[in-house]
Design a protein around this ligand. Structure first.
Ligand code: ADP
Ligand code: ADP
Length: 225
């Protein structure tokens, strides 16, 4: 688990600024929610951190490492997206093992890690199933297991439970908090759901129109008049 520092991040698509001068940091093991209306730039911040886009300017530091010259793969970041489909022709276990294939891990250790992850998301008996045989909530739990199987130093979640109904969303939030407390992974969760942000995050970064408007703890942000 590492500290993330984002400093002066700016990015534009086709000449139009999507985010400008975005700065915040996440302490090691902390959960921070990036909150704001649709189109305010949350996903752009996430994509820059993940290395999926190259920001126009700014600095992203994970632990002691400036990520400017580090490939998306080399960053050791786990990701879960709202519509981040599992590989449909791979079993649940194969899906979870997928990020481990890129690492130097023995077959036996890989198998053990998959079992451990399945147990962590309470899907012990589902390893040999195909994704389509699972419910939406179960599939999203597999996506979370896959994201953390490689022991990432940072976990990025982009509206991870947005597609699920309320009850299931709540279950998965509880699950995520449990996982987070067990593993202590530094986590950035993007959401436009204030309740979700309130219940999950240690701190909130509020964005609007490409800028950071406020950084605070969940209580104080909404207690203000
Ligand atoms: P959010 O995640 O908060 O909804 P985004 O980061 O997706 O916001 O988008 C920020 C702004 O950038 C929006 O105005 C959006 O329309 C624009 N944008 C996002 N992705 C692209 C893209 N690939 N090409 C052009 N404009 C984009
Ligand atoms: P979100 O708001 O959840 O970030 P959107 O539904 O706005 O996602 O965008 C979905 C996809 O469309 C993203 O890949 C984004 O990059 C792209 N996109 C968003 N806005 C624009 C835009 N104005 N022009 C081109 N692509 C865009």
């Amino acid at each position: 688990s590492k500290r993330l520092k984002v400093q002066g991040l700016t990015h534009s698509y086709g000449g139009k600024n999507a985010i400008s001068d975005v700065s915040f940091s996440i302490e090691a093991g902390e959960i921070v929610a990036l909150l704001g209306p649709s189109g305010c730039g949350k996903s752009t911040v996430l994509r820059a951190i993940a290395g999926l886009i190259q920001p126009k300017s700014g600095k992203i530091v994970l632990g002691n490492q400036d990520l400017a010259d580090v490939s998306a793969r080399g960053r050791g970041i786990g990701m879960v997206f709202q519509n981040y489909a599992l590989f449909p022709h791979l079993t649940v276990a194969e899906n979870i093992a997928y990020p481990l294939a890129c690492q130097q891990i023995s077959r036996a250790a890989r198998k053990q890690r998959v079992e451990e992850m399945l147990s962590l998301v309470r899907l012990n008996d589902f390893g040999n199933r195909l994704p389509r045989e699972l419910s939406g909530g179960q599939q999203q739990r597999v996506a979370v297991a896959r994201a953390i199987a490689g022991r990432p130093s940072l976990l990025l979640l982009d509206e991870p439970f947005g597609a699920l109904d309320r009850a299931l969303r709540f279950d998965l939030q509880v699950e995520l908090l449990h996982l987070q407390r067990t593993l202590g992974i530094t986590t950035l969760i993007v959401t436009h759901d204030q309740e979700e942000a309130q219940s999950l995050a240690n701190r909130l970064v509020l964005m609007n129109k490409g800028n950071v408007e406020q950084i605070d703890t969940p209580m104080t942000v909404y207690d203000r008049p």
